[in-house]
Ligand binder design. Structure first.
Ligand code: PBG
Ligand code: ZN
Length: 328
C-alpha cells in the first residue's frame, strides 16, 4: 500500500487544533436581533409560530433590548405591527408622527444612545389594508407611486434617530428615492441597508403571521425576486449601490448561499444575510421534538453564512445563542 503523506485529518485531532485552523468565525458584533413592536403599554405576547420571539410594546422592548445589550447584542432591527384599524389603502400610518417604530427608535436611543445601532424595516405591507408592500392600482402594484411613501417612512425613522433604515419592499428605485429624501432633510449620516436580493419565499410564512402582513390578494411575485434566478441578484445589488445603498442584503439566507457568495465577491461593501422566520421556526420545531440538536444546527447555519461571505447576520437565534454561550 502506498504511504500516505497528505492527511487532512491531522488538523482535526483535537478541539484546540480544530479551533486554531477554523476558517469561518462568529462574533456577537455581527449579529442583529429582529423585534416586533406593537402599540400599547406593558405588552409582551409570545408569537405562536416563532418560539421565544414576542410582540412587545415600546416600554417592554426597551427592557428587552437593554438586557440583550448585556448579552452582547448591539444591533437591532425593528418591525412595527400596527392595530388593524390603523391600516389603510396607502399605509399612511407607517409614517405618522406617533407611529410605533419612530416611538420605539426614540425610546431606545434615549435609553441606550450609541451603545446600540437601531435599524428599522421600511415597508408598507404591515400598514396597508391589502397587505401589499406597495400601493395598489387596478389590481397591480404601482411602483413609482409607492416611492414617496417609502421615503416618508424612512424619513420618520431617521428623524426619530434610526442609525440604519432598511427598505424591504423591492420597488425599483426605492433606494434612490429614500437617499434623496434623507439627504434633503440633512440626514446624510443615516445609512441604508438595502434588502437588495429579496426572493419571493415561502420561508416568510411565520413572519407574516407575526407582522400581520400577509397579502390580502395574490402574492408578492411581481416585486420580489424569482427563486430560480441567480444572475439577476447582481443586477439588483448593482442598482441599489448606484442609488446609494451602504449595506446589501440577501434574503432568505439558507437556500440562497450561492447568491451570498456571488455578492460577496462582486461588491466591496458590507453584506448582510437575513436568516428569516421560516428558517428559524423549522429549527425550533425540529429541536422541540428532539429531532435535531438546536445549538449545533444553529451554529452550523451561522457558520455557513460566514463561509458564504456574509458580514452581518440578522437572526432570531441571536439572543438564545448568546444567552446559552454558544459563540464561546
Ligand atoms: C416585509 C418583510 C417581510 C420580511 C421582512 N420584511 C415579509 C415579506 O416580504 O412578506 C420577512 C422576515 C422573516 O420572514 O423573518 N416586507
Ligand atoms: Zn413588505
Amino acid at each position: 500500500m502506498q504511504e500516505l503523506t497528505r492527511r487532512p485529518r491531522r488538523l482535526r485531532t483535537t478541539p484546540v487544533i480544530r479551533d486554531l485552523v477554523a476558517e469561518a468565525r462568529l462574533d456577537a458584533d455581527m449579529l442583529v436581533q429582529p423585534h416586533f413592536v406593537v402599540p400599547g403599554e406593558g405588552v409582551s405576547e409570545p408569537i405562536a409560530s416563532m418560539p421565544g420571539i414576542r410582540h412587545e410594546s415600546v416600554d417592554r422592548l426597551v427592557e428587552t433590548v437593554t438586557a440583550d445589550l448585556d448579552l452582547g447584542i448591539r444591533s437591532v432591527l425593528l418591525f412595527g405591527v400596527p392595530e388593524e384599524d390603523e391600516k389603510s389603502a396607502d399605509g399612511r400610518a407607517a409614517y405618522g408622527a406617533d407611529a410605533v417604530v419612530p416611538r420605539a427608535v426614540a425610546a431606545l436611543k434615549d435609553r441606550l444612545g450609541d451603545r446600540i445601532a437601531v435599524m428599522t424595516d421600511v415597508c408598507l405591507c404591515a400598514y396597508t389594508d391589502h397587505g401589499h408592500c406597495g400601493l395598489v392600482r387596478d389590481g397591480r402594484i404601482d411602483n413609482d407611486a409607492t416611492l414617496p411613501h417609502l421615503a416618508r417612512m424612512a424619513l420618520a425613522h431617521a428623524r426619530a434617530g434610526a442609525d440604519v433604515v432598511a427598505p424591504s419592499d423591492m420597488m425599483d428605485g426605492r433606494i434612490g428615492a429614500i437617499r434623496e429624501a434623507l439627504d434633503g432633510e440633512g440626514f446624510v449620516e443615516t445609512a441604508i441597508m438595502a434588502y437588495s436580493v429579496k426572493y419571493a419565499s415561502a420561508y416568510y410564512g411565520p413572519f407574516r403571521d407575526a407582522a400581520h402582513s400577509a397579502p390580502g390578494f395574490g402574492d408578492r411575485r411581481s416585486y420580489q425576486m424569482d427563486a430560480r434566478n441567480r444572475r439577476e441578484a447582481l443586477v439588483e445589488a448593482e442598482l441599489d449601490l448606484e442609488e446609494g445603498a451602504d449595506i446589501l442584503m440577501v434574503k432568505p439566507a439558507l437556500a440562497y448561499l450561492d447568491v451570498v457568495r456571488d455578492l460577496a465577491e462582486a461588491f466591496p461593501v458590507p453584506l448582510a444575510v437575513y436568516n428569516v422566520s421560516g428558517e428559524f421556526s423549522m429549527v425550533k420545531a425540529a429541536a422541540a421534538r428532539g429531532w435535531m440538536d438546536e445549538r449545533q444546527v444553529v451554529l452550523e447555519n451561522l457558520h455557513a453564512f460566514r463561509r458564504a461571505g456574509a458580514d452581518i447576520l440578522i437572526t432570531y437565534h441571536a439572543r438564545e445563542a448568546l444567552r446559552a454561550g454558544w459563540l464561546g
